[in-house]
Design a protein around this ligand. Structure first.
Ligand code: SAM
Ligand code: DTB
Ligand code: SF4
Length: 330
Protein backbone atom coordinates (compact mmCIF):
# COMPACT_ATOMS: atom_id res chain seq x y z
CA UNK A 1 0.00 0.00 0.00
CA UNK A 2 1.43 3.36 -0.91
CA UNK A 3 0.24 6.37 0.98
CA UNK A 4 1.17 9.89 0.25
CA UNK A 5 2.48 11.39 3.43
CA UNK A 6 3.67 14.56 1.90
CA UNK A 7 2.04 17.81 1.21
CA UNK A 8 1.37 20.49 -1.25
CA UNK A 9 2.75 23.93 -0.63
CA UNK A 10 2.10 27.39 -1.99
CA UNK A 11 4.25 28.89 -4.73
CA UNK A 12 6.51 30.56 -2.18
CA UNK A 13 7.67 27.32 -0.59
CA UNK A 14 9.67 24.51 -2.19
CA UNK A 15 7.38 21.68 -3.23
CA UNK A 16 8.64 18.21 -2.43
CA UNK A 17 5.84 15.91 -3.47
CA UNK A 18 2.99 18.08 -4.70
CA UNK A 19 -0.47 16.67 -4.17
CA UNK A 20 -2.95 17.31 -6.97
CA UNK A 21 -5.43 18.92 -4.62
CA UNK A 22 -3.99 20.06 -1.33
CA UNK A 23 -6.27 20.13 1.63
CA UNK A 24 -4.76 23.28 3.10
CA UNK A 25 -2.66 26.05 1.60
CA UNK A 26 -0.22 27.98 3.79
CA UNK A 27 -2.28 31.10 3.04
CA UNK A 28 -5.44 29.49 4.40
CA UNK A 29 -3.64 28.49 7.57
CA UNK A 30 -2.15 31.97 7.90
CA UNK A 31 -5.70 33.31 7.67
CA UNK A 32 -6.59 31.10 10.66
CA UNK A 33 -3.68 32.56 12.63
CA UNK A 34 -4.88 36.05 11.79
CA UNK A 35 -8.37 35.56 13.19
CA UNK A 36 -9.26 37.15 16.54
CA UNK A 37 -7.95 34.75 19.18
CA UNK A 38 -11.33 33.99 20.71
CA UNK A 39 -12.94 33.27 17.33
CA UNK A 40 -10.08 30.95 16.48
CA UNK A 41 -10.20 29.11 19.81
CA UNK A 42 -14.00 28.86 19.61
CA UNK A 43 -13.79 27.31 16.15
CA UNK A 44 -11.05 24.91 17.28
CA UNK A 45 -13.18 23.84 20.24
CA UNK A 46 -16.21 23.36 17.97
CA UNK A 47 -14.18 21.11 15.65
CA UNK A 48 -12.72 19.32 18.66
CA UNK A 49 -16.17 18.46 20.01
CA UNK A 50 -17.20 16.99 16.67
CA UNK A 51 -14.44 14.40 16.94
CA UNK A 52 -13.53 13.92 20.59
CA UNK A 53 -15.05 13.82 24.02
CA UNK A 54 -14.27 17.36 25.22
CA UNK A 55 -12.80 16.76 28.68
CA UNK A 56 -10.57 13.78 27.98
CA UNK A 57 -6.79 14.01 27.72
CA UNK A 58 -4.42 11.17 26.80
CA UNK A 59 -1.14 10.86 28.75
CA UNK A 60 2.15 9.48 27.38
CA UNK A 61 5.28 9.04 29.48
CA UNK A 62 8.69 9.54 27.86
CA UNK A 63 11.92 7.75 28.62
CA UNK A 64 15.30 8.42 27.05
CA UNK A 65 16.66 4.90 26.48
CA UNK A 66 19.83 6.11 24.72
CA UNK A 67 20.93 9.60 25.64
CA UNK A 68 23.38 11.96 23.92
CA UNK A 69 26.29 11.57 21.51
CA UNK A 70 24.11 12.03 18.41
CA UNK A 71 25.84 12.71 15.08
CA UNK A 72 23.12 15.11 13.88
CA UNK A 73 23.23 18.92 14.12
CA UNK A 74 19.57 19.71 14.98
CA UNK A 75 20.03 23.27 16.26
CA UNK A 76 17.66 22.90 19.22
CA UNK A 77 18.88 19.58 20.61
CA UNK A 78 20.76 18.92 23.85
CA UNK A 79 21.82 15.51 22.55
CA UNK A 80 23.85 16.47 19.50
CA UNK A 81 27.54 15.73 20.05
CA UNK A 82 28.35 18.92 18.13
CA UNK A 83 27.22 21.22 20.94
CA UNK A 84 28.54 21.62 24.44
CA UNK A 85 25.33 21.20 26.40
CA UNK A 86 26.55 19.17 29.36
CA UNK A 87 24.58 16.10 28.24
CA UNK A 88 26.93 13.08 28.33
CA UNK A 89 26.66 10.26 25.81
CA UNK A 90 25.30 7.11 27.40
CA UNK A 91 24.84 3.53 26.23
CA UNK A 92 21.48 1.94 25.54
CA UNK A 93 19.56 1.39 28.77
CA UNK A 94 19.16 -2.18 30.01
CA UNK A 95 15.78 -3.83 29.51
CA UNK A 96 15.11 -4.26 33.23
CA UNK A 97 15.68 -0.53 33.90
CA UNK A 98 13.31 0.38 31.09
CA UNK A 99 10.66 -1.94 32.51
CA UNK A 100 11.05 -0.42 35.95
CA UNK A 101 10.27 3.01 34.47
CA UNK A 102 7.41 1.63 32.39
CA UNK A 103 5.83 0.00 35.44
CA UNK A 104 6.11 3.29 37.34
CA UNK A 105 4.52 5.17 34.42
CA UNK A 106 1.65 2.68 34.32
CA UNK A 107 1.15 2.96 38.08
CA UNK A 108 0.91 6.76 37.74
CA UNK A 109 -1.76 6.39 35.06
CA UNK A 110 0.03 6.85 31.73
CA UNK A 111 -1.59 4.99 28.84
CA UNK A 112 1.41 5.08 26.46
CA UNK A 113 5.13 4.66 27.01
CA UNK A 114 7.40 6.42 24.54
CA UNK A 115 11.07 5.45 24.31
CA UNK A 116 13.50 7.85 22.65
CA UNK A 117 17.03 7.26 21.36
CA UNK A 118 19.53 9.88 20.23
CA UNK A 119 20.36 8.17 16.97
CA UNK A 120 20.53 9.48 13.41
CA UNK A 121 19.27 6.02 12.44
CA UNK A 122 19.50 2.70 14.28
CA UNK A 123 21.72 -0.11 13.01
CA UNK A 124 20.02 -3.51 12.89
CA UNK A 125 22.07 -4.57 15.93
CA UNK A 126 20.78 -1.47 17.80
CA UNK A 127 17.22 -2.35 16.96
CA UNK A 128 17.26 -5.90 18.41
CA UNK A 129 17.24 -4.88 22.11
CA UNK A 130 14.65 -2.17 21.37
CA UNK A 131 12.36 -4.83 19.91
CA UNK A 132 12.60 -6.68 23.24
CA UNK A 133 11.71 -3.46 25.09
CA UNK A 134 8.63 -2.99 22.91
CA UNK A 135 7.47 -6.59 23.45
CA UNK A 136 7.92 -6.36 27.22
CA UNK A 137 6.39 -2.88 27.66
CA UNK A 138 3.41 -4.00 25.64
CA UNK A 139 2.92 -6.97 28.00
CA UNK A 140 2.46 -4.46 30.86
CA UNK A 141 -0.68 -3.26 29.11
CA UNK A 142 0.78 0.04 27.86
CA UNK A 143 0.63 1.35 24.33
CA UNK A 144 4.13 1.57 22.87
CA UNK A 145 5.87 4.36 21.00
CA UNK A 146 9.50 4.73 19.95
CA UNK A 147 11.50 7.52 18.35
CA UNK A 148 14.79 6.22 17.00
CA UNK A 149 15.62 8.43 14.02
CA UNK A 150 15.52 7.43 10.36
CA UNK A 151 14.64 3.84 9.50
CA UNK A 152 16.10 1.59 6.83
CA UNK A 153 14.18 -0.93 4.71
CA UNK A 154 12.63 -3.66 6.84
CA UNK A 155 13.11 -1.95 10.21
CA UNK A 156 9.57 -0.56 10.41
CA UNK A 157 8.24 -4.05 9.70
CA UNK A 158 10.38 -5.49 12.52
CA UNK A 159 9.01 -2.82 14.89
CA UNK A 160 5.46 -3.66 13.85
CA UNK A 161 6.04 -7.36 14.47
CA UNK A 162 7.34 -6.56 17.97
CA UNK A 163 3.99 -4.88 18.68
CA UNK A 164 4.81 -1.19 18.20
CA UNK A 165 1.74 1.07 18.23
CA UNK A 166 3.26 4.49 17.33
CA UNK A 167 6.48 5.74 15.74
CA UNK A 168 7.40 9.35 16.54
CA UNK A 169 9.35 11.17 13.85
CA UNK A 170 8.88 14.92 13.71
CA UNK A 171 9.27 17.17 10.69
CA UNK A 172 9.99 19.92 13.22
CA UNK A 173 9.50 23.05 11.09
CA UNK A 174 8.30 24.43 7.76
CA UNK A 175 10.02 23.08 4.63
CA UNK A 176 11.67 26.41 3.79
CA UNK A 177 13.04 26.74 7.33
CA UNK A 178 14.31 23.16 7.71
CA UNK A 179 17.87 23.67 6.48
CA UNK A 180 18.29 26.66 8.81
CA UNK A 181 17.80 24.32 11.75
CA UNK A 182 19.25 21.00 10.55
CA UNK A 183 21.84 20.34 7.82
CA UNK A 184 22.86 16.72 8.44
CA UNK A 185 19.65 15.26 7.02
CA UNK A 186 16.81 16.61 4.93
CA UNK A 187 13.08 16.88 5.27
CA UNK A 188 12.83 14.34 2.45
CA UNK A 189 14.82 11.85 4.55
CA UNK A 190 12.27 12.32 7.35
CA UNK A 191 9.32 11.92 4.97
CA UNK A 192 10.82 8.71 3.58
CA UNK A 193 10.91 7.21 7.08
CA UNK A 194 7.33 8.34 7.74
CA UNK A 195 6.30 6.57 4.54
CA UNK A 196 7.91 3.34 5.75
CA UNK A 197 6.14 3.65 9.09
CA UNK A 198 2.82 4.05 7.27
CA UNK A 199 3.47 1.12 4.99
CA UNK A 200 4.21 -1.06 8.03
CA UNK A 201 0.80 -0.06 9.41
CA UNK A 202 2.20 1.64 12.50
CA UNK A 203 0.44 4.78 13.74
CA UNK A 204 2.32 7.95 12.82
CA UNK A 205 3.24 10.45 15.54
CA UNK A 206 4.62 13.51 13.79
CA UNK A 207 4.74 17.16 14.74
CA UNK A 208 7.16 19.99 15.26
CA UNK A 209 8.57 22.76 17.39
CA UNK A 210 7.44 26.36 17.81
CA UNK A 211 10.17 28.90 18.59
CA UNK A 212 12.91 28.01 16.10
CA UNK A 213 12.86 31.51 14.61
CA UNK A 214 10.35 30.34 11.99
CA UNK A 215 7.94 33.28 12.20
CA UNK A 216 4.18 33.01 11.77
CA UNK A 217 4.46 31.95 8.12
CA UNK A 218 6.83 29.18 9.21
CA UNK A 219 4.37 27.98 11.83
CA UNK A 220 1.60 27.95 9.21
CA UNK A 221 3.97 26.09 6.86
CA UNK A 222 4.63 23.43 9.50
CA UNK A 223 0.90 22.91 10.09
CA UNK A 224 0.22 22.78 6.32
CA UNK A 225 2.92 20.16 5.84
CA UNK A 226 1.36 17.99 8.55
CA UNK A 227 -2.27 18.56 7.58
CA UNK A 228 -1.65 17.76 3.92
CA UNK A 229 -0.19 14.38 4.67
CA UNK A 230 -2.59 11.80 3.43
CA UNK A 231 -3.70 10.63 5.90
CA UNK A 232 -2.52 13.16 8.51
CA UNK A 233 -0.55 11.76 11.48
CA UNK A 234 -2.72 10.07 14.12
CA UNK A 235 -0.74 11.93 16.77
CA UNK A 236 0.61 15.49 16.40
CA UNK A 237 3.04 16.69 19.08
CA UNK A 238 3.39 20.46 19.16
CA UNK A 239 6.51 21.31 21.14
CA UNK A 240 7.45 24.73 22.45
CA UNK A 241 11.23 25.02 22.17
CA UNK A 242 12.98 24.26 25.44
CA UNK A 243 16.05 26.42 25.00
CA UNK A 244 19.25 24.51 25.74
CA UNK A 245 22.41 26.46 26.60
CA UNK A 246 25.16 25.61 24.13
CA UNK A 247 22.86 24.95 21.15
CA UNK A 248 22.60 27.40 18.23
CA UNK A 249 18.96 28.09 19.13
CA UNK A 250 19.63 29.12 22.71
CA UNK A 251 18.63 32.77 22.79
CA UNK A 252 16.18 32.50 19.86
CA UNK A 253 13.36 35.01 20.11
CA UNK A 254 10.63 33.54 22.29
CA UNK A 255 7.19 33.08 20.79
CA UNK A 256 4.34 34.85 22.54
CA UNK A 257 2.14 32.44 24.52
CA UNK A 258 -1.01 33.35 22.54
CA UNK A 259 0.84 32.58 19.32
CA UNK A 260 1.51 29.10 20.69
CA UNK A 261 -2.23 28.74 21.42
CA UNK A 262 -2.97 29.79 17.83
CA UNK A 263 -0.63 27.07 16.57
CA UNK A 264 -2.48 24.44 18.62
CA UNK A 265 -5.83 25.75 17.34
CA UNK A 266 -4.61 25.66 13.73
CA UNK A 267 -3.46 22.05 14.23
CA UNK A 268 -6.85 21.11 15.67
CA UNK A 269 -8.87 22.76 12.89
CA UNK A 270 -6.75 21.36 10.04
CA UNK A 271 -6.35 17.86 11.55
CA UNK A 272 -9.73 17.36 13.22
CA UNK A 273 -9.40 13.64 13.86
CA UNK A 274 -5.78 13.66 15.08
CA UNK A 275 -4.75 13.71 18.71
CA UNK A 276 -2.87 16.99 19.25
CA UNK A 277 -0.28 16.81 22.02
CA UNK A 278 0.71 19.80 24.13
CA UNK A 279 4.29 18.55 24.28
CA UNK A 280 7.65 19.99 25.38
CA UNK A 281 7.63 23.34 27.15
CA UNK A 282 4.82 22.76 29.67
CA UNK A 283 7.21 23.17 32.59
CA UNK A 284 7.66 26.80 31.52
CA UNK A 285 3.90 27.38 31.00
CA UNK A 286 1.37 28.66 33.51
CA UNK A 287 -1.69 26.55 34.32
CA UNK A 288 -3.82 29.21 32.59
CA UNK A 289 -1.86 28.92 29.36
CA UNK A 290 -2.14 25.14 29.41
CA UNK A 291 -5.90 25.45 29.97
CA UNK A 292 -6.13 27.71 26.90
CA UNK A 293 -4.22 25.10 24.89
CA UNK A 294 -6.75 22.43 25.95
CA UNK A 295 -9.53 24.84 24.97
CA UNK A 296 -7.82 25.23 21.58
CA UNK A 297 -8.02 21.48 21.03
CA UNK A 298 -4.97 19.90 22.61
CA UNK A 299 -5.97 16.50 24.02
CA UNK A 300 -2.75 14.82 24.99
CA UNK A 301 0.31 15.58 27.14
CA UNK A 302 3.68 14.15 28.09
CA UNK A 303 3.22 12.99 31.67
CA UNK A 304 5.96 12.44 34.21
CA UNK A 305 8.71 14.60 35.61
CA UNK A 306 11.20 14.23 32.73
CA UNK A 307 10.97 14.67 28.98
CA UNK A 308 14.20 13.31 27.43
CA UNK A 309 16.90 15.48 29.00
CA UNK A 310 14.83 18.32 30.49
CA UNK A 311 12.16 18.69 33.15
CA UNK A 312 8.42 18.30 32.70
CA UNK A 313 5.76 19.13 35.32
CA UNK A 314 5.53 16.42 37.97
CA UNK A 315 2.51 14.10 38.12
CA UNK A 316 1.27 15.95 41.24
CA UNK A 317 1.08 19.30 39.40
CA UNK A 318 -0.72 17.66 36.48
CA UNK A 319 -3.15 15.80 38.74
CA UNK A 320 -3.99 19.11 40.43
CA UNK A 321 -4.46 20.89 37.11
CA UNK A 322 -6.67 18.11 35.74
CA UNK A 323 -8.79 18.22 38.91
CA UNK A 324 -9.13 22.01 38.71
CA UNK A 325 -10.17 21.86 35.06
CA UNK A 326 -12.34 18.76 35.40
CA UNK A 327 -10.21 16.92 32.83
CA UNK A 328 -10.27 13.15 32.74
CA UNK A 329 -7.13 11.23 31.84
CA UNK A 330 -7.66 8.43 29.32
N1 SAM B 1 16.80 11.16 17.35
C1 SAM B 1 15.45 10.95 17.09
C2 SAM B 1 14.88 11.98 16.14
O1 SAM B 1 15.49 12.99 15.94
O2 SAM B 1 13.80 11.71 15.63
C3 SAM B 1 14.57 10.89 18.33
C4 SAM B 1 14.78 11.86 19.46
S1 SAM B 1 14.51 13.59 19.11
C5 SAM B 1 15.10 14.30 20.60
C6 SAM B 1 12.74 13.77 19.11
C7 SAM B 1 12.13 15.13 18.92
O3 SAM B 1 12.19 15.85 20.12
C8 SAM B 1 12.73 16.06 17.91
O4 SAM B 1 12.35 15.79 16.61
C9 SAM B 1 12.16 17.41 18.35
O5 SAM B 1 10.94 17.66 17.71
C10 SAM B 1 11.94 17.21 19.85
N2 SAM B 1 12.89 18.03 20.61
C11 SAM B 1 14.20 17.78 20.80
N3 SAM B 1 14.79 18.75 21.53
C12 SAM B 1 13.83 19.65 21.81
C13 SAM B 1 13.82 20.89 22.53
N4 SAM B 1 14.93 21.37 23.08
N5 SAM B 1 12.65 21.57 22.64
C14 SAM B 1 11.52 21.07 22.07
N6 SAM B 1 11.48 19.90 21.39
C15 SAM B 1 12.61 19.21 21.24
C1 DTB C 1 8.25 15.06 20.78
O1 DTB C 1 7.60 15.61 19.86
N1 DTB C 1 8.71 15.68 21.86
C2 DTB C 1 9.42 14.74 22.72
C3 DTB C 1 9.24 13.40 21.99
N2 DTB C 1 8.56 13.77 20.79
C4 DTB C 1 10.35 12.49 21.79
C5 DTB C 1 10.81 15.16 23.06
C6 DTB C 1 10.89 16.52 23.72
C7 DTB C 1 12.30 16.79 24.09
C8 DTB C 1 12.46 18.06 24.85
C9 DTB C 1 13.86 18.37 25.19
C10 DTB C 1 14.55 17.35 26.03
O2 DTB C 1 14.03 16.92 27.08
O3 DTB C 1 15.69 16.98 25.68
FE1 SF4 D 1 19.95 13.59 17.19
FE2 SF4 D 1 17.28 13.49 17.25
FE3 SF4 D 1 18.64 15.35 18.68
FE4 SF4 D 1 18.54 15.54 16.03
S1 SF4 D 1 16.77 15.67 17.44
S2 SF4 D 1 20.40 15.78 17.32
S3 SF4 D 1 18.58 13.39 15.41
S4 SF4 D 1 18.68 13.17 18.98
Amino acid sequence: MTMNLTRQSPESAPTLYPLASPKWSVEEILALFERPLLDLVFEAQRVHREHFSPNEVQRSTLLSIKTGGCSEDCGYCSQSKRYDTGVEAERLMALEKVLEQARAAKAKGASRFCMGAAWRSPKDKDLEPVLDMIREVKKLGLETCVTLGMLKEGQAQALKEAGLDYYNHNIDTAPEHYSKVITTHTLKDRLDTLQQVREADINVCCGGIVGLGEGRRGRAGLIAELANMSPPPESVPINSLVQIAGTPLAGAEEVEPFEFVRTIAAARITMPASVVRLSAGREQMSDELQALCFMAGANSIFYGERLLTTDNPGADRDERLFAQLGLRAI
